[in-house]
Design a binder for this molecule. Structure first.
Ligand code: PMP
Length: 461
């Protein structure tokens, strides 16, 4: 067998990658021509590629490496757990210490009566659990007709058939037979792109009231739950107007609709609290978690469920679960990650140091001719690129053309900043220092300048 290592020439690794590896969310034919960038190591907020470049990862991987890369403690815990009990399930009246300890810790951290955890291997799986759990909950309460879940356009809840249906990404729905039945999408609270002449607060109320309209239209006896990310992440870090969430909460309370907060990105410190629901003052019945739960060091996700919902579900066998629900190695790694977040007061660092500093620098990017609004909550931010700030105009080119050019400039300048359409987004490791934030902003500004020059040269402005 050929041994493939970090020491092989980049071109050879790229050729093997192109020949055998199908990348997610990628036009693989196009990538094979270009060759993927090969990441070989990472430490703190930095990645190293096979050519020896040091890249500042302003996305924390896929919004997940909250404690930063290179924490050896997690590797040690994983090795210890693999030696002691590498695997066992929790299906047939058995359990194990890592799952017990992690569930108890999550219950301690989660607000209100969110004291029960159903584990999954990822955020997508956890949202699939949620679909089945809320429908089963209402069936057990004698209301089986309550099966519709209301979600939002441009939401992201995962890529499995169920979670992808919950999500509101039209490009995803166009492939593979989604959405499944009984998922209904209302409009998102994206004031910059869709608010027109309305003041943001009026717009926030109007978009929240679409939930009430949908409930009335579908019939109260048909609606099981509403699901949303406290701050939309993959949709472009869309921060809702302040009026939005209180109105959503009022409507869910009034019609007794279960509220599912998808905390896959917002959870575990990203917004400065343990959960985005605390930052945005939401009282969910279920929270979806993944990513920051283990800082991405091991695949694990789950649903944190209220005492009320869990007690109803406990009344029957719930015919649902995954081989890796509560996987002992992943659970042990997650627990160690939570220990680090807590004992090193990383949330305090976010609240007192990193987030205020980043906010000030990030918002100042609106001085750049290409940047319209800049939004940021804790350690997740976005800027809207625009040819005309006053008009909040979109570019004449297809959405994403300009964002892609900007992202490519960032990548060339050793900064990972992602684009969603023509919005640029960041979500750096929570441990980033002010000095590293300076570098992030410096590289972002240089990339914006280069993007601006390129747009002018290509007549795209
Ligand atoms: N929910 C949200 C809010 C997400 O951002 C994501 C992933 N980006 C998911 C769910 C799906 O998580 P996973 O990729 O672990 O399945």
């Amino acid at each position: 067998m050929t041994v493939i290592t970090n020491h092989m020439p980049t071109a050879e690794l790229q050729a093997l990658d192109a020949a055998h590896h199908m990348h997610p969310f990628t036009a693989n034919g196009e990538l094979s021509q270009k060759g993927a960038r090969i990441i070989t190591r990472a430490d703190g907020v930095h990645l190293t590629d096979s050519e020896g470049h040091q890249i500042l990862d302003a996305m924390a991987g896929l919004w997940c490496v909250n404690i930063g890369y290179g924490r050896g403690e997690l590797a040690e815990v994983a090795a210890r757990q693999m030696r002691e009990l590498p695997y066992y399930n929790t299906f047939f009246q058995t359990t194990h210490v890592p799952a017990i300890a992690l569930a108890a810790k999550i219950a301690e951290l989660a607000p209100g009566d969110l004291n029960n955890v159903f584990f999954a291997g990822s955020g997508s799986e956890a949202n699939d659990t949620n679909i089945r759990m809320v429908r089963h909950y209402w069936a057990l309460k004698g209301k089986p007709s309550k099966s519709v879940i209301i979600s939002r356009k441009n939401a992201y809840h995962g890529s499995s058939v169920g979670s992808g249906s919950l999500g509101g990404m039209s490009g995803m729905h166009a492939q593979g037979g989604m959405p499944i039945p009984d998922i209904h999408h209302i409009n998102q609270p994206n004031w910059w792109a869709e608010g027109g002449d309305m003041p943001p607060e009026d717009f926030g109320l109007q978009r929240a009231r679409e939930l009430e309209e949908a409930i009335l239209e579908l019939g109260e006896d048909r609606v099981a739950a509403f699901i949303a990310e406290p701050v939309q992440g993959a949709g472009g870090v869309i921060v809702p107007p302040d009026s939005y969430w209180p109105e959503i909460q009022r409507i869910c309370d009034k019609y007794e609709i279960l509220l599912i907060a998808d905390e896959v990105i917002c959870g575990f410190g990203r917004t400065g609290n343990w959960f985005g629901s605390e930052t945005l003052n939401i009282r969910p019945d279920i929270m979806t978690i993944a990513k920051g739960l283990s800082s991405g060091y091991a695949p694990i996700g789950g649903s944190i469920v209220s005492d009320e919902v869990a007690s109803v579900i406990a009344g029957d066998e719930f015919n649902h679960g995954y081989t890796y629900s509560g996987h002992p190695v992943a659970a042990a790694v997650a627990l160690e990650n939570l220990r680090i977040l807590e004992e090193e007061n990383i949330l305090g660092h976010v609240r007192d140091v990193a987030a205020p500093y980043l906010k000030q620098k990030w918002e100042a990017l609106t001085d750049h001719p290409l940047v319209g609004e800049a939004r940021i909550v804790g350690m997740m931010g976005s800027i809207a690129l625009t040819p005309n700030k006053e008009a909040r105009a979109a570019f004449a080119s297809d959405a994403g053309t300009v964002g892609y050019i900007c992202r490519e400039r960032c990548f060339a300048n050793n900064l990972v900043m992602r684009h969603v359409g023509d919005r640029m987004i960041i979500s750096p490791p929570l441990v980033i220092t002010p000095e590293q934030i300076d570098v992030l902003i410096e590289r972002a500004t240089k990339s914006l300048d280069e993007c601006y020059a390129e747009l002018k040269a290509q007549d795209l402005l």
